[in-house]
Design a protein around this ligand. Structure first.
Ligand code: GDP
Length: 170
């Protein structure tokens, strides 16, 4: 299966679990201490696509402000963005909304967005309600999921939900 672009970029505040989500999905691994990403890195994964398979290129970006302009370089060629926040960190939710706004301002063409509330295993520490995030996503036209890179909950769904939106070459 040949697709024109299968690049997905993962954006969000530092420490929300971007690297952990990518690693969980692509390699089935999780580490309590995950090395911070410097700049950006990508992993590939074959995903079901109709009766065939497509290769998804998943770009993990660094959340630190000093790498912000680098992230911009990476989301340019992407057909989809996964914007991650941490359900125990309100500030990271505010940042997620800023990322979404920036994408709309910077990218002229339409981009598929999945909003992800990660660390759903830390329910007792939750500060961002499911309904608040879900309402925001719905009104913006984004797919919304809560995940745990630690337990693996919903992680595959994040990327599989984008498989059906893969751009096809004529
Ligand atoms: P990034 O900076 O957004 O890439 O975040 P990392 O993937 O480096 O994760 C930051 C920290 O959060 C690490 O200590 C991870 O082990 C931890 N972490 C990531 N995802 C989860 C999760 O779903 N649940 C819990 N409890 N911890 C997580």
């Amino acid at each position: 299966m040949i697709t024109s672009s299968s690049k997905v970029v993962v954006l969000g505040h530092a420490s929300v679990g971007k690297s952990s989500l990518v690693l969980r999905f692509c390699k089935g691994q999780f580490f309590e201490y995950q090395e911070p990403t410097v700049g950006a890195a990508f992993l590939t994964k074959s995903i079901p696509f109709g009766n065939e398979e497509a290769k998804m290129e998943i770009w993990d970006t660094a959340g630190q402000e000093r790498y912000h302009s680098l992230a911009r370089m990476y989301y340019r060629g992407a057909y989809a963005a996964v914007i991650v926040y941490d359900i125990t960190n309100k500030e990271s939710f505010i940042k997620a909304k800023e990322w979404a706004k920036e994408l709309h301002q910077q990218i002229p063409e339409e981009i598929n967005i999945v909003l992800v509330g990660n660390k759903s295993d830390l329910e007792s520490l939750r500060t961002v309600s499911f309904d608040e995030a879900s309402d925001y996503a719905k009104s913006s036209g984004y797919i919304f999921l809560e995940t745990s890179a630690k337990t693996g909950e919903n992680v595959d769904d994040v990327f599989f939900s984008l498989a059906e939106k893969l751009p096809k070459t004529p």
